[in-house]
Design a protein around this ligand. Structure first.
Ligand SMILES: [Fe+2]
Length: 420
């Protein structure tokens, strides 16, 4: 039997006794009832964009990531495009609502937040986890008080009918779906009419042609981690809830004191390699916003959550270790994308000595999501460097301050030259 508590603990952030007690009890029970065994890797991730945006977003993804366009599922009020790298890493489902006035649960999760409301249909929705026995997993999770959408609700939401989908988390606003599939079978999504659309294919092929011409196509690897931001008070419960829904373990947390935040990492018990099932990372401020004036520290994470709501902040993609044309691969990739007009929030940070280099792109105008690139050197096993996280968190915070000012009609007095 797998022991989800046997993994070494990393990090320097201390947790409450509540967290430590229930971490032990929840994972021990999860292993014992067989959930850890039945719930496998992240099989797909889902997100939604504004009407008319999905094709351009697929073009952006086809250039910046290893994803390929596979097929479009057309249902009454949505287009759901399926993107795939291969069967060893998660699919990406890009969903577009056809009617800008359509209301719905995912839209309402954006609408009470000042910046989130500006693009009400743009948000990361959540993960689909592969399971070996859907009926047993759902029964066990219902007994643990997880609420699921009914079949009728899934039909009305136009989500694939072969999934069981939990209602959005009160802490992260993300959903978790389960899909039964033997490892040897291809992934299928039971939804609408399936076709390869020529308008999508055209944009996709042009982006892939450019990617090959720039010689970055062989350097971009699948998703390394998914980073969700939550309110400070929800740090521990968001982690414990995700661990209860998945077969991940708690890797550890780092305190990023100068940004008043912490980065909390969970990983799959089934795959040591993130590319097979991405790490899930939670970032939370150390203190709530209303004590900022007493602490005098920046708090970009809490500010983000107040502006957008709890949600996914970035998707991190791995870059192959090595050099190209005298540059480390990550520097080469960034340089090539910048030349095409792609924007990044800062320069590549970190070093070979620290074990990894990282960078954040600007948030996509289509999905509001940031792409992170991460290159690990040699046999570096660590997940991140603390200094890097502090710099990345700071850079994302500066961009967001500008967006907040734009949203309220002000203009920035001083715009750092690397922002635009
Ligand atoms: Fe990250």
């Amino acid at each position: 039997m797998i022991n989800s508590l046997a993994f070494p603990r990393n990090g320097d952030k201390r947790n409450s006794s509540f967290f430590e007690e229930y971490l032990g009890r929840l994972l021990e029970e999860r292993d014992r009832v067989g959930l850890t065994e039945m719930v496998r890797e992240v099989d797909a991730i889902m997100l939604t964009v504004e009407p008319g945006r999905s094709i351009r977003y697929i073009g952006e993804l086809a250039l910046m990531t290893p994803y390929h366009y596979l097929v479009t599922l057309e249902s009454n009020s949505h287009l759901t495009h399926i993107l795939r790298v291969d069967m060893h890493s998660p699919d990406l489902l890009v969903r577009e609502v056809k009617d800008p006035d359509q209301r719905g649960i995912f839209r309402s999760l954006n609408e009470v937040y000042p910046i989130g409301a500006r693009k009400p249909n743009s948000r990361y929705m959540g993960e689909i986890l592969r399971v070996s026995d859907l009926h047993s997993v759902v029964e066990l999770q219902q007994a643990r008080e997880f609420a699921f959408f009914s079949q009728e609700q899934l039909r009305r939401l136009e989500l694939p009918g072969n999934l069981a989908v939990c209602k959005p988390s009160p802490y992260t606003h993300n959903i978790v779906g389960y899909m039964e599939r033997p490892e040897s079978d291809i992934r299928v999504y039971s939804l609408g009419l399936s076709s390869i659309r020529s308008d999508v294919q055209e944009v996709y092929l042009a982006a892939k042609e450019l990617q090959a011409k720039l010689r970055i196509d062989d350097l971009l690897l699948p998703i390394d981690h998914l980073a969700t931001r939550v309110y400070s008070q929800n740090r521990e419960v968001a982690i414990l809830e995700w661990l209860s829904q998945s077969s991940y373990y708690y890797w550890g947390s780092y305190d990023i004191k100068n940004q008043s935040s912490s980065t909390n990492v969970t990983k799959s018990v089934h795959f040591a390699e993130e590319l097979r099932s991405p790490a899930k990372v939670f970032t939370a401020n150390n203190t709530p916003y209303f004590v900022n004036h007493l602490e005098g520290l920046p708090s970009p994470t809490e500010t983000f959550v107040r502006n957008y709501g709890p949600r996914l902040h970035h998707i991190a993609l791995a870059v192959a270790d090595g050099d190209r044309e005298g540059m480390e691969n990550i520097e080469y990739v960034v340089e090539q994308i910048r030349r095409q007009g792609g924007e990044f929030l800062l320069d590549v940070i970190g070093s070979k000595d620290q074990g990894l280099k990282q960078i954040f792109s600007s948030a996509s105008e289509h999905s509001s999501l940031i792409v992170e690139y991460v290159q690990r050197f040699g046999d570096f096993q660590g997940f991140f460097a603390k200094d890097n996280v502090a710099e990345l968190t700071h850079a994302a915070g500066v961009e967001e301050e500008l967006l907040t000012m734009q949203a309220s009609g002000q203009t920035a007095a001083v715009v750092p030259d690397w922002v635009h």
